[in-house]
Design a protein around this ligand. Structure first.
Ligand SMILES: CC(C)(COP(=O)(O)OP(=O)(O)OC[C@H]1O[C@@H](n2cnc3c(N)ncnc32)[C@H](O)[C@@H]1OP(=O)(O)O)[C@@H](O)C(=O)NCCC(=O)NCCS
Length: 179
């Protein structure tokens, strides 16, 4: 009998990164609905049952096994076990040696360095253990917090494309960290 692949949680200084559990969908939906969190995101209406469905489908997988499919990690405080945010990762379909990440920290836990710590730890893992060549993050050019996180975690800006978001002109920035 073939065993399902196992993913050992990533342990960082203050955070543990492990697969999001289906039971955490309601908590994730609640902070994703916060207008300050959703401001620069493309996710539209946040639907708890959709998150539950995606998390259920993900449970037998490991990050980056299926090109294009997002894998959602929970960011958990090692002291106390609180769920403080999430970080999605997927292998790109157009470049199999590359992964994309997207990250969110719930408002009460922001500005403690958690996103920077998580992005560093996951990209170390992707470029090291998973032997990928590069990790990218794509963000709205007005998202100062996300830009600061990417730059602090060792990513460099590689492209800037004009776009519109919510009816307003903006730019879409791609940041990249290489092995
Ligand atoms: C982007 C986000 C994940 C940052 O999370 P975080 O845990 O607060 O980030 P960090 O604490 O690691 O912040 C690192 C630096 O980013 C900058 N930063 C953080 N929040 C900021 C804000 N609201 N405005 C401007 N700069 C900010 C600061 O320079 C900060 O360092 P400092 O606290 O020492 O000044 C969080 O703001 C968030 O979830 N936003 C909504 C979702 C989102 O936009 N995600 C990015 C999608 S690509």
């Amino acid at each position: 009998m073939e065993l399902a692949p196992r993913f050992a949680p990533i342990v960082a200084e203050h955070l543990l990164l492990r697969p999001l559990a289906v039971a955490e969908a309601a908590a994730v939906a609640a902070y994703h609905r916060d207008p300050t969190v959703a401001r620069y995101q493309g996710w539209g209406v946040v639907d708890r049952s959709e998150i539950e469905r995606d998390l259920t489908a993900m449970q037998s997988r490991i990050p980056c096994d299926v090109p294009g499919a997002w894998f959602q990690l929970a960011l958990v405080e090692r002291a106390g076990g609180a769920l403080v945010g999430d970080l999605g990762v997927r292998r790109l379909t157009e470049a199999h040696d590359a992964a994309e990440i997207g990250y969110t920290v719930a408002p009460p836990y922001q500005r403690r360095g958690y996103a920077t710590e998580a992005v560093r730890a996951v990209s170390d893992w992707l470029l090291g253990r998973r032997a990928l060549a590069r990790v990218i993050a794509v963000m709205d050019g007005r998202n100062a917090a996300s830009i600061a996180v990417a730059e602090r975690a060792g990513f460099a800006r590689v492209s800037c494309v004009e776009t519109r978001h919510g009816g307003a002109p903006t730019v879409l920035l791609t940041y990249e960290r290489r092995a």
